[in-house]
Write a protein that binds this ligand. Structure first.
Ligand code: ADP
Ligand code: MG
Length: 336
């Protein structure tokens, strides 16, 4: 069990009502299940069920009521009535990440500042709240936002750009405003995922219509943002992000591709439910996979694990990993 989860459990037992403790116990069950400890997860879930009957809201990661109902007025597009945000069910929020130490520290710092927001405010200081994550696809930008939601206990609200951008003059900007209003009302982590259009649009000076309008509104809303929760934006674009965008965020950093030590950790983590054969030369293997995104490394590991399980074994050896790498090379090359 990860240290942060343990700490939260202890704190909850000390100071939270039983329903909130149940919430954490449920996330521990989920974590064990995700790790592949299916039998342990089943037994833990059984114990939980016997001792309490948590309501769906109780399954939230911590302190907040994250049911869709609790956001009484989920912002909706005025014309189509389509929801402008999705509330990610707390039991689906993932938090396990493999990161270079300096990047891990940047995430941890955001979480620590948020946890200390009360203490900071006594000194007239605010935690860093507006975060921009950038980097190549599959290195953990979306996962990073989930992890921040998990570790702060904030409900995760994902902005739906599909329903946000309306063809009606000026309506997209109104839509975006109502999303920010919702984030003012109740603490949450507002996720603007893959908002590449912000960076792109500023380079296309002749562009007219809704997108530049939304970009301008977004920049203005970012300037004024002082909501109780966090805002995380992500983009794959790095080179064309200009300073005007950077300075609107409290923290901007890249999530890089994993280096060889992180690749090793990703592989080991993916194989944690299996017996790992001694014939695997981790260092050599991780160096061969260097240059791939974390997502591709995880895919290779998972397909190797599946090959082994389908063959009726619970041991992973170099043979399955080699087969998984060969399959990947065949389908898309090893360029990550
Ligand atoms: N740093 C990481 N640590 C662990 N797993 C990762 C990491 N980055 C990516 N992954 C894996 O790859 C998948 C895709 O990552 P994602 O966060 O969607 O990438 P991005 O948003 O940067 O394109 C995740 O669901 C996870 O399985
Ligand atoms: Mg993503």
């Amino acid at each position: 069990m990860k240290a942060d989860l343990l700490k939260r459990l202890f704190k909850a037992i000390r100071s939270e009502p039983p329903s909130k403790v149940n919430v954490l116990l449920a996330s521990i069950v989920e974590e064990e299940r995700r790790k592949g400890h299916v039998e342990l997860a089943r037994q833990l879930a059984q114990i939980l069920e016997r001792s309490s009957q948590p309501s769906p809201e109780d399954l939230a990661p911590s302190g907040f009521d994250t049911s869709e109902r609790s956001f009484k007025e989920l912002p909706r597009s005025r014309r189509s009535n389509a929801p402008l945000v999705t509330v990610v069910p707390p039991q689906l929020i993932r938090h396990q990440m493999v990161l270079r130490e300096d990047i891990e520290r940047r995430f941890a710092r955001i979480e620590r500042e948020y946890a200390a927001r009360g203490r900071l405010s006594k000194f007239g200081l605010k935690p860093r709240k507006k975060i921009l994550l950038f980097g190549r696809p599959g290195c953990g930008k979306t996962l990073g936002a989930e992890r921040l939601a998990f570790n702060t206990g904030l409900p995760l609200l994902k902005v739906r750009f599909d329903s946000m951008i309306s063809s009606y003059f000026g309506e997209s900007a109104t839509n975006l405003r109502s999303v920010f209003d919702a984030a003012m009302e109740k603490p949450c982590l507002l996720l603007l995922d893959e908002c590449d259009f912000v960076a792109r649009s500023r380079n296309e000076k002749n562009d007219v219509g809704e997108v530049p309008r939304v970009v301008n509104t977004l920049l203005q809303l970012l300037d004024d943002y002082d909501a109780p929760g966090l805002l995380v934006a992500t983009t794959n674009i790095e080179e064309s992000l200009d300073r005007a965008i950077f300075r609107r965020f409290d923290d901007v950093f890249e999530i890089p591709k994993p280096d060889s030590p992180q690749i090793q950790e990703l592989l080991r983590l993916s194989f944690s439910a299996l017996v790992v054969s001694k014939n695997i030369k981790w260092k050599e293997l991780s160096e061969r996979l260097n240059g791939l995104s974390a997502a591709v490394v995880v895919t290779v590991a998972q397909s190797a694990a599946k090959l082994s399980i389908l063959d009726g074994r619970d041991t992973i050896s170099l043979a399955e990993i080699e087969r998984a790498i060969a399959e990947l090379e065949e389908t898309r090359g090893l360029q990550g």
